[in-house]
Structure formats: structure tokens, C-alpha cells
Design a protein around this ligand. Sequence first.
Ligand SMILES: NC(=O)c1ccc[n+]([C@@H]2O[C@H](COP(=O)([O-])OP(=O)(O)OC[C@H]3O[C@@H](n4cnc5c(N)ncnc54)[C@H](O)[C@@H]3O)[C@@H](O)[C@H]2O)c1
Length: 315
Amino acid sequence: MRVLVTGGAGFIGSHLCDALLGEGHSVLCADSLLTGRMANLAHLGNEPRFEFVRQDICQPFDPGKIDYLFHFASPASPVDYLKHGIETLRVGSLGTMNCLELAARYNAKYLLASTSECYGDPLEHPQKESYWGNVNPIGPRSVYDESKRFAEAVTMAYHRYRKVDTRIVRIFNTYGPRLQINDGRVISNFMKQALLGQDLTVYGDGSQTRSFCYVSDEVAGILALAKSDEHGPTNIGNPGEFTVLECAQVVLEVTGSNSKLRFDPLPQDDPKQRRPDIGKAKKLLGWEPKIDLRAGLRMSLEYFRTAVDAAGNCI
Ligand SMILES: NC(=O)c1ccc[n+]([C@@H]2O[C@H](COP(=O)([O-])OP(=O)(O)OC[C@H]3O[C@@H](n4cnc5c(N)ncnc54)[C@H](O)[C@@H]3O)[C@@H](O)[C@H]2O)c1
């Protein structure tokens, strides 16, 4: 197949490009490099089945005939979407509609990267796909949450009205090599601070929970969904739940760091609990994650060391 990956220069998108190439497909990556980096694709420089085009997908564009479109373009980390609020809303709305138009034009299959943020600060725990969420539509984080909720709505509309063969993955917190070290999320913050010997910043009292999925597990789940005929949203994440304090302990253990903890106030609308119910993915796709947090952090350690060294005084 000829596959278009929007956002393929980003963290998850670049791993997805690798996996698709690994399955024998040709991959075209369209990315504006708003938050992504060519360094994530550097190893594909001599790969004849890989093409890169620098493209803001909010502008209409025509990549030629494609068989599958994976729509991953969007600022994703709180640091990025709070900095690029309007761009985030644009790519979720205009960008998503452009992608769906392409899928309709070429009769291509389509998969949207959505997010657990659609559940907001959930009142139901763990979150099943049937839960409609508890989202503040006008708070600072709404630029991301509502962008993705609109992206899901318009994806379902193209499926219903235009018969586009769509899928929606709700991705939960993912980590691994190529994660931006300054993305403001728990793993990157803690790994960076631990490796630099700085205090680990814990927001609130650290009792809020998170679940973390290693990137190869996430991509395996996404590809399994891509091959299925399921059109409704499907959670792909790791249900292993850690308090932020427990996560700090694992990071200190894996890095061998003597850093201490520092407690800062909780940001607005920070979710208290986040854990996927992956019953649907298990039953439908026979998928579940294999790599636990300790193992995943060990596999990411070399990347974080190199990234922290390369960033030097810039962080
Ligand atoms: N990383 C996670 O834990 C996580 C969790 C839930 C959902 N997701 C979703 O997965 C996708 C990828 O996330 P990521 O963590 O790899 O983020 P990332 O920031 O590393 O990658 C996003 C990519 O999209 C590109 N992009 C942004 N706006 C664009 C535009 N208008 N046109 C073209 N390219 C554009 C960026 O340059 C970047 O390369 C996003 O859609 C995100 O919402 C990620």
C-alpha cells in the first residue's frame, strides 16, 4: 500500500512510519514540523519507500493516490498545545477535514489519532469508550480536548454521510525513545530531571494517577485497529496505573539518580485519574500491551541520556 502519515515527524508518527515500512508499505510523511523534528526521521534518509513532504495539512494538498491515511498531525503535549492553541484547533478541525476529503477522493482507509483527553477529568474510572467524558469546553486545555472531540465527530460524519472507511484510536499517555524531553509530561520531566540531578517536580501531592504505554505497544495496537473493521473509538493504552509519586520512584530506580522531589501546585483541569479500559481492544483485536513501566523506561534510558546531553545548557 501507499500510506500517508500526517504528523509523521513527531514522536508516535515516526515510530508508526517505521512500523509501516517494516510491513512492506510505501510511506509518505506530511508534516509542518510545528512540533516534530527531522531528526526523528534521519534514519530513513536512504529508504527508497519513504518520502517526506513539509506540509501544513490545514492547507488543502494532494499527495496523489493513497491507500491508507493515518492522521496523527496535532500538537500533543500540554506545553505544545498551550503554546499553539489556535494551530491545535485548526489542525483538529480544518486539518482533519482536509484529510477526510483526501480519504474520500482516493477511497483510502483512514485512521484518526484521538486521545484519552476526550474523557477530560473523568468521573468514570477506568474509562470505557462508551463514557462521554467530563471536559471543560472553555478552559485552557480545551484547545486540545475540543479539537480532538471535533476531529472524532467529523470523522464519524464522513463515515456516516460519505461512507469513508474510518477508524478512531484513543491513545493514552505514551512514552519511549523520541519523546520530546521538554514536553512537560510526567515521564519526560522526571527522566530529564533525574538525569540532570535536579529535583523531580511533582504537581499537587502526587496522588493523581497516570498510565503509561510504551511506544512499540501503542503502535502495535494502532496497526491492529487499522487492520480491523471497527469504526467506533477504541482505547489503546496500558492499564497499569501508577500514582505520580510511584512513577517518580521508578524513574529514580531506573536512572540510579539521587534527585529529591519538589512539590508544585496542580495546573488547572489536571486530571486526577487516568486509566484505559482496554477490554474492547483485547476482545476485538486480541491486543494488549506487553511492556511494563520499568522495562519501558530501561529501554528508553539511552535515548533520554543522549537527548539530555545534546540539549546541554538549553534545558
Ligand atoms: N504522545 C501521547 O502520549 C499521545 C496521547 C494521546 C494522543 N496522542 C496523539 O497522537 C498524535 C501524535 O502525538 P505525538 O506525541 O507524536 O506528538 P508530536 O508533537 O511529537 O507529533 C505531532 C506531529 O504533528 C505535526 N503537526 C502539527 N500540526 C501540523 C499541521 N498543521 N500540519 C502538519 N503537521 C502538523 C508536528 O510537527 C509533529 O511532527 C497526535 O495527534 C496526538 O494528539 C498522543
